[in-house]
Design a protein around this ligand. Structure first.
Ligand code: ATP
Ligand code: MG
Length: 344
């Protein structure tokens, strides 16, 4: 009777989902992805704001340039995200604080709202809000490396559309579950993007190549760091097509990789090499200062920089439990596209 059938239900519930089962959830994830991506109208507003900022800035610093970076430029932005702008001023010796304070003055007198110069932050910025569009914006100075890593990320997203889907869904999951906050010891959006690129480089057949291992077609030296990679990505638009995995399968495999398969004790993920390298080879085997290296994500250009260094012994536990929860939901939950994003 009742007892037997509920037992059977339970055992059915614990049965492993197959590739086929999981793929039936793909349309639901695609529609979540679509609801998160910004509209053309929003992109247009961002462009207009950038142009009006450019006009103001050129008056004061005729040789300056404005670059967009971060999620509004790397294609991984969700709708209504803030825009990140970099003011590039190439006059040898500059006093960033002075420029930021002057910039704040100029913006304020142009009626932009909530103008604030944060000169003592790790990355000093001016914050502002455009009353016409409601868009918030952070402006930093000469952070050219961020502009270059934004280009690398965008170039990857142009190779296979599944990267953009995966990142936007993973970021939405991380924000919903409270694990996208470096101030609280969890990971930045930038770190999650690198995790997704790395993951797609490791699929077999691979969905993404390793652009930094290919013959470079783009080369710049920034702050003494040589940044070189293949950027003619239109030539790679069929690269991943042999692999037919759906977004649902990829999400399932992504979470189970970080829940059950990644070797946290010994390995570093490296988009630069397209693979996994050892902590030993980076000398990231012990805590130095505040860098604990409990989850290791190599920056593609600043090789001494571990994006996981903000994670401590408490937050590593939270992160791994969240990866396990997500993997379990993808494996067993009758309605994974709902439970995955439940607020924590
Ligand atoms: P969100 O949509 O959450 O704002 P985002 O893509 O703008 O995501 P952030 O983590 O806010 O991501 O970072 C903005 C940009 O700053 C990144 O795209 C990257 O270029 C740069 N960046 C952020 N953190 C680092 C870091 N630790 N090292 C180097 N560059 C970084
Ligand atoms: Mg941002």
């Amino acid at each position: 009777g009742h007892h037997v059938s509920s037992q059977r239900m339970r055992s059915r519930r614990r049965e492993l989902r197959t590739r086929h089962d999981i793929t039936s959830f793909a349309p639901q994830f695609i529609s979540i992805y679509e609801s998160l991506t910004p509209s053309e109208e929003e992109k247009e507003k961002q462009k207009q704001l950038l142009q009006s900022l450019e006009k103001l800035i050129i008056k004061e610093w005729p040789n300056a340039q404005l670059h967009l970076y971060g999620s509004c430029a790397n294609s991984f932005g969700a709708s209504s995200c803030d825009i990140d702008v970099c003011l590039a001023i190439s006059d040898g010796e500059i006093d960033k604080s002075k420029i930021l304070l002057r910039l704040a003055e100029i913006l304020q007198s142009d009626n932009l709202q909530d103008v604030q110069a944060l000169t003592r932050a790790r990355v000093p910025i001016v914050k502002l809000k455009d009353p016409a569009t409601g868009i918030s914006c952070d402006i930093c100075i000469n952070n050219i490396l961020a502009v270059v890593n934004t280009k690398l990320l965008r170039n990857y997203s142009q190779i296979d559309h599944r990267l953009r889907q995966l990142v936007i869904i993973v970021k939405h999951w991380a924000k919903s579950r409270g694990v996208n906050d470096t101030y609280q010891g969890t990971l930045s959006s930038y770190a999650y993007v690198l995790m997704c690129i790395h993951f797609l480089q490791l699929r077999r057949p691979a969905i993404l190549p390793c652009l930094q291992e290919m013959q470079p077609t783009y080369m710049v030296t920034v702050d003494g760091i040589e940044c070189a990679f293949f950027d003619q990505v239109q030539k790679l638009e069929h690269f991943g097509s042999v692999n037919r995995e759906s977004i649902a399968e990829l999400l399932w495999a992504f979470f189970s990789y970080w829940a059950y398969h990644h070797d946290y004790a010994n390995n570093v993920i490296s988009v630069r090499t397209g693979g996994i390298i050892s902590k030993q080879s980076k000398d990231w085997t012990r805590r130095i200062g505040n860098d604990r290296h409990l989850i290791c994500i190599e920056d593609p250009f600043e090789l001494s920089h571990d994006l996981g260094r903000v994670v401590d012994k408490f937050t590593i536990k939270i992160l791994r439990e969240e990866f396990e929860r997500a993997a379990e939901i993808m494996q067993y939950d009758p309605n994974p596209s709902v439970r995955l994003f439940e607020p924590y």
